[in-house]
Design a protein around this ligand. Structure first.
Ligand code: F6R
Length: 608
C-alpha cells in the first residue's frame, strides 16, 4: 500500500527520498513522487507507473534541498495518473503533502473550498486536505495542520513541508502507520522502517492522534490540541541485509528458502520439552484465565486467514474448544457474538491490516480478551492487543506471504499446545507434539533441497489457465493457500476446495486442460482422497499429488508426484505448503510475471 518517506538534515534530500521509495516499493504502488524545499521554493516531481518513470523524469538532475518528502501511491480515490500522484500542493503552491489513507469528508471540504475560489488539479481527497491547510495557514505550518486535522474525518499517515518554513516536516497519524527515524543531526519520517535502516535503527512509533514536528535540530511529538508527548525511542532489530535480496533473484524465493530458519525463530524459547507444553508468557493470560475460555474466534485476512483455519483444526482437535475463523472484514461489521469468555486471536504479518485492526478493536469493545500473532514488531495490532506472540520470521518483503504463513501456523501450534495441556492433552502427547515441532525445520529444508524437481514440474504447467487445489482436514486450508499463491503471482485462475466437495460442482470443470493438485499426506482420510484422485483421472484431469510416498498406487493415478516427509498430522501444513509456494513461484517466473510486486496488490492493506 502507499509508502511515505521524509527527510530533514544536512544532506541532500532528493537522492535519500528516491532510495527510500525504492525500499518501499515492495508495499505495492502505481505512481510515485517527491517534493523538496530549497532556496528557489518548493519543487515537486511525480510520475505515474514505477519509480523508474520518476527517475527518468528527473534524468539525473535531482532537485536541490535538504528537506523533502516522497511517496509511492496505491490508487484508491482517482486513477493511477500523474496528476493524482503525490505530493499534492495547496492553492498557493507553497505547501506540499504526502498522504496514506482516506479523508472521508473530502467532498464537503472541497465544495467549501471551491466556493472560496480554490481550484483542484486532481481527483484525490489528499489535494483537498493540503488546500485546507493552505487556507488555515497563519504563520505556523504545525498549527495549520493541527487545525485542519481537527476538521477531517478518515484515516491518515501524512507529512507536510512548506517553502515558508524550510527545514520543517509536520507529520501526523490516525489509522495509518508512521514512525520517526532518529539519526545523528538528521530526522526521517516513514510509513515503515525499511527506508530508515540504512541511516538509523532508532525509531519512535507514532500512535493515532499524534503529530510529529521534525527539524534538523530535533523532533517533538504532540497531539492535535497542544499537549506535548514524551515517547520512548525503540531500537529496530533488523539490519539492512535482512531486507535485501542477498543473491536470490526475488524476495519471494529468498523468503521461501528462509523457512527453516524463520520457523526455528518462531519456536525458539517457547518449548518446554520436559513438561510437554509451551511457554507463551506474552499472551498475558494466567493458566486460570486460559482454562476459563469457552470459545475462540480467530480473525485475519488472506493468507493469515488460511493460517487461522489451520489453527481451528489444531485447537479443536487438541484442546477440544470450539473455534470460529472469521474474515476480519466480516467480523467488524457483523455484530459478532463475543464476550469476556471469548478469546479473540488476530493473525497478521504486517500488524497493520485495517480490517484486522478494526476487528481487534471491535472485540475489545465487547469485552473479549485479544491476542495477536504478528510479525512486525511495534506494529499497531501488536501494540493494541492484550498479549500475543511475535513471529520473529524476519521482514517479509515479497508481496505474496510465504514465511509468515509457516510461522503463523507454528505460533498457533504453540498456543494450541498450551491450552490443550491445561485441558485434556496428556504430557506424553504434549512431548510427542513438541518432538514433531522440533523436527519441522529440517524437514522443511529437505523439501527446499528438492526445489529443482518442483521447478521442472512448474515448467509442465506453465500454460495452464485454471487449476484446482484439493485437500482434506487440516490440509483443506493448504489447498486454499496454494490456490491463492498461484493466482496472485501468476494470474492463473485457481480455486481451493475440500477434496470431497469436488463432486458437488467443481468436477464439471475437469478435463485434460485442468491440473488438479491433491494435498494428500498419509492421514485418516488418505484412502478417501485417493478415490477423489481416481475421479479426476477418470475425467482426463492432470493429477499432481503431494504425498508422503509416491508408491505404485499413487503412481498409477498421478501425472506428477512430490514426496513430503511425514510429521504429526496437525503439523503437515507446514510441510505441504512449501512445494506449493515453490510451484507458484516457478510458474510465475516462467510466465514473466513480476513476482515480488504482482499487479494491483499491496503488501500491507491499510485501507478497508
Ligand atoms: C497473500 C497475502 C495477503 C495477506 C493479507 C493479510 O499472499 O499476503 O493475503 O495475507 O493481506 O495481511 P497481514 O497478514 O499483513 O494482515
Amino acid at each position: 500500500m502507499c509508502g511515505i518517506v521524509g527527510y530533514t538534515g544536512p544532506r541532500q534530500a532528493a537522492s535519500l527520498l528516491i532510495e527510500g521509495l525504492r525500499r518501499l516499493e515492495y508495499r505495492g504502488y502505481d505512481s510515485a513522487g517527491i517534493a523538496v524545499v530549497n532556496g528557489r521554493g518548493l519543487e515537486v516531481m511525480k510520475a505515474a507507473g514505477k519509480l523508474s518513470a520518476l527517475e527518468q523524469q528527473l534524468a539525473g538532475k535531482l532537485p536541490q534541498g535538504t528537506v523533502g518528502i516522497g511517496h509511492t501511491r496505491w490508487a484508491t480515490h482517482g486513477a493511477p495518473t500523474t496528476p493524482n500522484a503525490h505530493p499534492h500542493t495547496d492553492q498557493s503552491g507553497d505547501i506540499a503533502v504526502i498522504h496514506n489513507g482516506i479523508i472521508e469528508n473530502a467532498g464537503a471540504i472541497r465544495k467549501m473550498l471551491e466556493a472560496r475560489g480554490h481550484t483542484f488539479t486532481s481527483e484525490t481527497d489528499t489535494e483537498v486536505l493540503v488546500h485546507l491547510v493552505g487556507e488555515l495557514y497563519d504563520g505556523s505550518l504545525e498549527e495549520a495542520v493541527a487545525a485542519a486535522l481537527r476538521d477531517v474525518d478518515g484515516a491518515y499517515g501524512l507529512a507536510f513541508i512548506s517553502e515558508r518554513e524550510p527545514g520543517v516536516i509536520v507529520a501526523a497519524r490516525k489509522g495509518s502507520p508512521l514512525l520517526v527515524g532518529v539519526g545523528e543531526d538528521e530526522y526521517f519520517i516513514a510509513s515503515d522502517a525499511s527506508p530508515l535502516l540504512e541511516h538509523t535503527r532508532s525509531v519512535v512509533y507514532l500512535d493515532d492522534g499524534e503529530m510529529a514536528i521534525l527539524t534538523p535540530d530535533g523532533y517533538r511529538i504532540r497531539n492535535l490540541e497542544t499537549t506535548q508527548i514524551d515517547k520512548p525511542v525503540n531500537q529496530i532489530e533488523w539490519d539492512l541485509a535482512t531486507i535485501e535480496r542477498g543473491g536470490y533473484s526475488h524476495f519471494m524465493l529468498k523468503e521461501i528458502c528462509e523457512q527453516r530458519e524463520s520457523v526455528t525463530n518462531t519456536l525458539r524459547g517457547h518449548l518446554l520439552e520436559e513438561e510437554g507444553t509451551s511457554r507463551v508468557t506474552g499472551l498475558n493470560l494466567s493458566d486460570e484465565q486460559l482454562k476459563r475460555i469457552e470459545r475462540i474466534v480467530i480473525t485475519a485476512c488472506g493468507t493469515s486467514w488460511h493460517a487461522g483455519l489451520i489453527g481451528e483444526y489444531m485447537l479443536e482437535e487438541m484442546a477440544r474448544i470450539p473455534v470460529e475463523v472469521e474474515y476480519a472484514s466480516e467480523f467488524r461489521y457483523r455484530n459478532p457474538v463475543v464476550d469476556e469468555r471469548t478469546l479473540v486471536i488476530a493473525i497478521s504479518q504486517s500488524g497493520e491490516t485495517a480490517d484486522t485492526l478494526a476487528a481487534v478493536r471491535e472485540a475489545k469493545l465487547r469485552g473479549a480478551r485479544t491476542i495477536g500473532l504478528v510479525n512486525v514488531v511495534g506494529s499497531t495490532i501488536a501494540r493494541e492487543v492484550d498479549g500475543g506472540i511475535y513471529l520473529h520470521a524476519g521482514p517479509e518483503v515479497g508481496v505474496a506471504s510465504t514465511k509468515a504463513f509457516t510461522s503463523q501456523v507454528a505460533a498457533l501450534a504453540l498456543v494450541s499446545l498450551r491450552i490443550a495441556r491445561l485441558r485434556n492433552l496428556s504430557i506424553l502427547q504434549g512431548r510427542d507434539f513438541i518432538q514433531h515441532l522440533q523436527a519441522l525445520p529440517d524437514k522443511i529444508q529437505q523439501i527446499l533441497n528438492r526445489s529443482d524437481e518442483i521447478e521442472q514440474l512448474a515448467e509442465r504447467f506453465v500454460r495452464a489457465s485454471n487449476a484446482l487445489y484439493l485437500g482434506r482436514g487440516v490440509n483443506f486450508p493448504v489447498a486454499l493457500e496454494g490456490a491463492l499463491k498461484l493466482k496472485e503471482i501468476s494470474y492463473i485462475h485457481a480455486e481451493g476446495y475440500p477434496a470431497a466437495e469436488m463432486k458437488h460442482g467443481p468436477i464439471a470443470l475437469i478435463d485434460e486442460m485442468m491440473p488438479v493438485v491433491f494435498i494428500a499426506p498419509k492421514d485418516a482420510v488418505y484412502q478417501k482422497i485417493l478415490s477423489n484422485m481416481e475421479e479426476v483421472k477418470a475425467r482426463g484431469g492432470k493429477v499432481i499429488a503431494l504425498v508422503n510416498e509416491c508408491d505404485a498406487q499413487v503412481d498409477r493415478l498421478a501425472d506428477a508426484c512430490i514426496e513430503i516427509p511425514e510429521t504429526h498430522e496437525l503439523l503437515s501444513p507446514m510441510l505441504t505448503i512449501i512445494p506449493l509456494q515453490l510451484f507458484s513461484y516457478y510458474v510465475a517466473v516462467r510466465r514473466g510475471c513480476n513476482v515480488d510486486q504482482p499487479r494491483n496488490l499491496a503488501k500491507s492493506v491499510t485501507v478497508e
